[in-house]
Design a protein around this ligand. Sequence first.
Ligand code: 4AD
Ligand code: MG
Length: 483
Amino acid sequence: MSTIRRTKIADILSAGQASADTLVKGWVRTKRGNKNVTFIALNDGSTIKNLQLVADPNDISEDLLKKVATGACLSAQGELVESQGSGQSVELLVKSLEILGEADPEKYPLQPKKHSLEYLREIAHLRPRTNTFSAVFRIRHAMTYAIHKFFNDKGFYNIHTPIITGSDAEGAGEMFRVTTLDMDNLPKNEEGAIDYKQDFFDKETNLTVSGQLEAELFALSLSQVYTFGPTFRAENSNTTRHLAEFWMIEPEVAFADLNDNMDLAEEMLQYVVKYALDNCADDLDFLHAREVEENKNKKEIDRPSMYLLDRLKFVVENQFERLTYTEAIDILRNSKPNKKKKFQYLIEGWGADLQSEHERYLVEKHFNKPVILTDYPKDIKAFYMRQNDDGNTVAAMDILFPGIGEIVGGSQREERLDKLTQRMEEMDVPAEEMGWFLDTRKFGTTPHSGYGLGFERLILFITGMTNIRDVIPFPRTPGNAEF
Ligand code: 4AD
Ligand code: MG
């Protein structure tokens, strides 16, 4: 047969048409059959669906067919015909077959059976070859695109803020050090402390925890900007919601107040969820069915009240609930789990930081929809948030999602120089190192607002996966930086 170009399986299946001469390449998912015919399920990652290859031992040698094993990579050329079996529109009658890469079935870690997510995490280099992970990572790509499209269509500019930084934007001090100093022979200054003047940047530097402060500088010139980059936090939280390296989207808008900020975040979230529903149907159908299957043997009360596709549609079709922190504290204080002491952290009064059990109670039990909480106590929020007239709260907003908890955190920014420097002093933020930030307030300041969306938390929501380690290709968590 002559050499022709490869056709992607997604294109073959969506066209669903017979065709005389077709070449496909991909990885074998399963092989079955008998001595008269072999059926091979082939996947090339372009779709969750497999193409069925039908090989007749009269055309393809037994030696070659022996090497067709789960995990092997092959190239097959033949005739696309209407499928005899159910489950697919067309199948490929193989005329010639080439094994591009063998996979020893005895040693291949991915057997054609269900593996646990924990096991697959250990072989994260091979897990994109499974249905679940290929679906997750195709959706992750689609969400990256949808976010850029959303902001681009609104006239926002994407700003690449630095990854190595000398400032601690959140003031939480959970940063990873960046240095070229020799750890075994650290240079000391006259006081006996480490001499960072001899380090690569002549000072202490870290990986960024947020691009916000730099985004603010650009918002006060380009009006509407956003970042979309990796951020790093050395917090020792080994939870299903935290990564040490995660991706964040941070829009920042001049002339916008907290209400504008909430409107933008809600519109963005509804837009990207709708984008997934419209563009990732096969993958979402698969993940939805997977979730139904996983829950089928559970007791009624342990099952989700809605399954994946219904949860996604619900978010697109319903407005988020908006209320203040103070109102939320009242609800929580009078809630059943608080009165019956079921919360791990009981809500005693105003000022408490909300734990994820509280956030999830509000979203999943009380309101049963996404919630935007605003106007938090200033002492549990960052120095840059705008101080409200009551003297106790700041114009903060957190968006809480079912099954996730906090997905977005943001605020109106303190644009008044005196109030900002006073807050920095109170919170021990070194103003002398942040002259560049304060310059925006000295020269042409204006009200502005922004927020950060945790990208992996969004992907958790869209895919229905329950552990954040399963929605990023190679998770970094305390004690784990494999691959
Ligand atoms: O609430 P955070 O800390 O806010 C900021 O960093 C602000 N500078 C954002 C801004 O206003 N421009 O983080 C924002 C979001 C959280 O709501 C959460 O979704 C996610 O980032 N996030 C994490 N995701 C995964 N792993 C972690 N360790 C995360 N920490 C925060
Ligand atoms: Mg936050």
